[in-house]
Design a protein around this ligand. Structure first.
Ligand code: CDT
Length: 307
């Protein structure tokens, strides 16, 4: 008896500043319908999937950026996506900028079940980039100005007959992200990302962006015996070239589907959740083999201590 979930990774090409939310939602619906025709149970959209990646610009008065954020989900403009998904009986995961009623700003993803109900909300934990304007950069990566880090951590929820977790972009580079979910029996991790090819602090990493993207998701999947779905917003957006290479990774660490373009593109894989047990029940039987008594530094310490 297998527990198969057919998963669609709906990569997006660029969203320019001039593109309206309505236009973007139509692109999401087109991908959703394509996923439905391919038999998908769930479709994963990228990080900040409703707008351009606005942290590439700095503005002194943050309230002038309010228009990039969603104050409700669903909202009048995203309701057609929720309605179409419910009509088709397909779930989805959507990333967006969230502005709460009490003024907090998060980089957020929601998980929506086939009946249209929001199962879970995840807010990004690891916020990369910088807090202040850095005028010498060719473009900003001011996520630390536009978003506060969530203290809610990494939850795992029952959805689509599996144990599902979420992470957002930079979270995928940190092994703790996967392990905290692994310790809750995660079987499927959904992740949206926007990764500029040019890494300003160290351009020697530019050529390695695709390698590092695969490296972290394949390792995280294997070491925790879980499926990982990574979905890009790629291509040249407002002059900044971003990585595509969306992928679906099996608990073995193998890539079972990968995007070939940097544009709107759906990739699909039939994912057997019981494949996870081959790893979590053997080599990575946490209960049998982990040694938390010698891992204290992981939670007690943030930076490197040498003495
Ligand atoms: N969106 C996001 O988290 N992007 C980062 C870019 C590198 S840090 C400037 C990432 O980890 O892919």
């Amino acid at each position: 008896m297998t527990r198969n979930i057919t998963i669609g990774a709906a990569q997006l090409g660029p969203i320019q500043k001039s593109h309206t939310r309505e236009q973007v939602v139509q692109r999401l619906i087109t991908l959703l319908r394509q996923a439905h025709r391919s038999g998908c149970d769930v479709v994963v959209f990228p990080e900040l999937a409703l707008t351009t990646f606005f942290p590439r610009w700095f503005i002194d008065d943050i309230s002038e950026a309010d228009h990039w954020y969603e104050t409700e989900m669903p909202s009048p403009v995203t309701q057609p996506l929720f309605d179409e998904a419910k009509k088709l009986g397909i779930g989805f995961c959507l990333g967006y900028a969230e502005l709460t009623t009490d003024g907090h700003r998060f980089n957020t993803q929601v998980l929506v079940e086939k009946d249209g109900t929001i199962v879970a909300k995840y807010r990004k934990v690891h916020i990369p980039g910088h807090e202040h304007h850095e005028p010498d950069r060719p473009f900003q990566h001011a996520e630390r100005y536009y978003f506060e880090p969530s203290n809610e951590g990494f939850g795992v929820w029952e959805a689509f007959g599996a144990r599902v977790g979420m992470m957002i972009c930079n979270d995928r580079r940190w092994p703790e992200t996967y392990r905290v979910m692994g310790l809750q029996g995660v079987e499927l991790i959904l992740c949206g990302y926007n990764t500029p090819i040019h890494y300003v602090p160290d351009p020697s990493q530019d050529i390695l962006q695709g390698f590092h993207n695969a490296l972290v998701m394949q390792s995280g999947a294997y070491q925790n015996g879980t499926w990982v779905v990574g979905v890009a917003k790629g291509g040249v957006e407002e002059g900044v070239d971003s990585l595509g290479q969306s992928m679906i990774v099996a608990p073995s660490g193998q890539i079972v589907a990968q995007a070939l373009t940097t544009d709107d593109e759906l990739i699909v894989a039939h994912c057997d959740m019981d494949w996870c047990k081959r790893y979590t029940g053997t080599l990575f039987d946490f209960d049998r083999y982990r040694r938390p008594e010698v891992y204290g530094r992981i939670t007690e310490q943030r930076g490197v201590v040498t003495e």
